[in-house]
Design a protein around this ligand. Structure first.
Ligand code: F6P
Length: 500
């Protein structure tokens, strides 16, 4: 670690978590922040006021304010690809020209949704959304979280190239009543194009009239979609400057806007926009995503934690951990700075997690007594997502908060070390008022900005993802040229499974 600010932070005293609240009676109010529907509590971490000051110094050294301004101004901060990162513009925040283009494209999406609702494409009951990575994870999370039983269409999101995924989805759909949304920023992704072709074949084989007339494209590459056979009137473009893993706010959110209704989609955008304004306008010491990044940086770069775990204590948010895996790991899992220099320490930790209370009965043993220190994040909602006996929600939340207290406190057992808990294990808690569209929008934008802030503090570009390319290239070369020249293991596996 060569950053003087980080070295200074590492030299600061690290308190025992058990005593942090007695050492500072005002700790809870100092280390908790409410922003709209979201309360972020980082009081059960090892951060102290001195450590916080150290990170504020690091943020200054790394020109945090300058990079944040550049993000919202639509400057080409994705330097390796020479473009801006304009997901906030989709929510109405940022460069005026980009905001007005996003508004125009949203109006186009809305008009198509109105037409579909008016049965211009026939009587649609099922939506088959085909996309992968950022073109699937966002819509999946939103529909799963907010759809409940109230979703107006039966939606299946198919991402995997494994035909089992598509087969399972279409087995429950009536081809006559199915709309296919092909979601791909590039419109060249192998998995998506293969799944889309098979889905259209399914319509053809079922004798559906004008199968291509039931296909919508959600893409930043409309020319490719036209080439592929989709009529221009059913192409919903979005800007090249919206990154794949930041794209749910654009036309990639189409199935969510259709299934949940336009008002819900708009509230989602508004919730995110409120978080954008908070992030853009708040001073560093009052900036929730930045403070959350300080916590991340402390555990990863100062304490050497290689993972961070996130548990959603709300069934509605069960897809949040996998959504965040792409957001955080694809953005910040890098080894070079934005200038191409080797980084001077670890970058993104491995994000993993699950759902409470299930995870308590599966993986929490390691969190409480294992040898690997893992900062944990709990995400919960004050309001339940169901109308059953309130005892359910009470038990859920009591368990969530008990876990954070147990990790912090631990428990001695001089007689039996197997039954002792070391404690001193950190956690943060995000408590939402409810899982509503605006709260979910704010939560996702909070994580986006936190990821960006982490990148700025490390001097890396979070908006490219070249690490995913090599495997794709090799797969293509095997398809085109066979396995000649490959290592014996790869050749043997291919021969055995696929034939020479
Ligand atoms: O391979 C990684 C990736 O490029 C992701 O960044 C992206 O979200 C996903 O593939 C899908 O890409 P596309 O939307 O272009 O099909």
């Amino acid at each position: 670690m060569s950053s003087p600010a980080l070295k200074a932070i590492a030299a600061l005293a690290r308190p025992e978590l058990k005593s942090v609240f007695t050492a500072d009676p005002n700790r809870l109010s100092k280390f908790t922040m409410t922003q709209g529907p979201l309360r972020f509590d980082w009081s059960k971490t090892h951060l102290t006021s001195d450590i916080l000051d150290g990170f504020l110094k690091l943020a200054g050294d790394m020109d945090f304010a300058k990079w944040r301004d550049a993000l919202f101004a639509g400057e080409p901060i994705n330097n390796s690809e020479g473009r801006a990162a304009e997901h906030p513009a989709e929510r109405g925040e940022g460069n005026a020209q980009s905001v007005s283009r996003a508004k125009m494209l949203h109006a186009r999406m809305r008009a198509l949704i109105d037409a579909i609702e008016g049965e211009a494409l026939g009587s649609i009951r099922h939506i088959l959304h085909i996309g992968i990575g950022g073109s699937a994870l966002g819509p999946d999370l939103i529909i799963d979280a907010l759809g409940g039983d109230g979703a107006r269409y039966d939606v299946a999101i198919v991402s995997n190239v494994d035909g089992t995924a598509l087969e399972r989805a279409i087995s429950r759909f009536d081809p006559e009543a199915t709309l296919i949304a092909v979601a791909s920023k590039t419109f060249t992704t192998t998995e998506t194009m293969l799944n889309a072709a098979s889905a259209i074949n399914w319509l053809v084989e079922a004798g559906v009239d004008d199968p291509y007339g039931k296909v919508i494209a959600l893409t930043a590459n409309p020319e490719k979609a036209i080439e592929w056979g989709i009529d221009e009137t059913r192409i919903l473009p979005f800007s090249e400057t919206v990154g794949g893993r930041y794209s749910l706010w654009s036309s990639i959110g189409f199935p969510a806007a259709l299934a949940l209704g336009w008002d819900a989609f708009e509230s989602l955008l508004e919730g995110a926009a409120a978080m954008d304004r908070h992030f853009r306008l708040s001073a560093p010491a009052q900036n929730a995503p930045l403070i959350a990044a300080f916590v991340d940086q402390y555990y990863t770069r100062v304490m050497g934690c290689q993972t961070r775990a996130l548990f959603a204590y709300d069934e509605r948010l069960r897809l949040l951990p996998s959504y965040l895996q792409q957001l955080e790991m694809e953005s910040n899992g890098k080894s070079v700075t934005r200038d191409g220099q080797p980084v001077d320490g670890p970058t993104a930790p491995i994000t993993w997690g699950g759902v409470g209370t299930d995870a308590q009965h599966a993986v929490f043993q390691l969190l409480h007594q294992g040898t690997i220190l893992t900062p944990v994040e709990f995400v919960a909602s004050i309001e339940p997502g169901h109308a059953l006996d309130p005892a359910h929600h009470r038990a859920l939340l009591v368990n969530c908060f008990a876990q954070g207290a147990a990790l912090m406190r631990g428990k001695d057992n001089a007689d039996d070390p197997a039954r002792a808990y070391p404690g001193n294990r950190p956690s943060t808690t995000i408590l939402l008022d409810d899982v509503t569209p605006d709260a979910l929008g704010a939560l996702i934008a909070f994580y986006e900005h936190r990821t960006f802030a982490n990148a700025v503090l490390m001097g890396i570009n979070p908006f490219d993802q070249f690490g995913v390319e090599l495997g794709k290239e090799i797969a293509k070369s095997i398809e085109a040229e066979g396995t000649k020249g490959f290592d014996p293991s790869t050749m043997a596996l291919i021969d055995l499974a696929l034939g020479a």
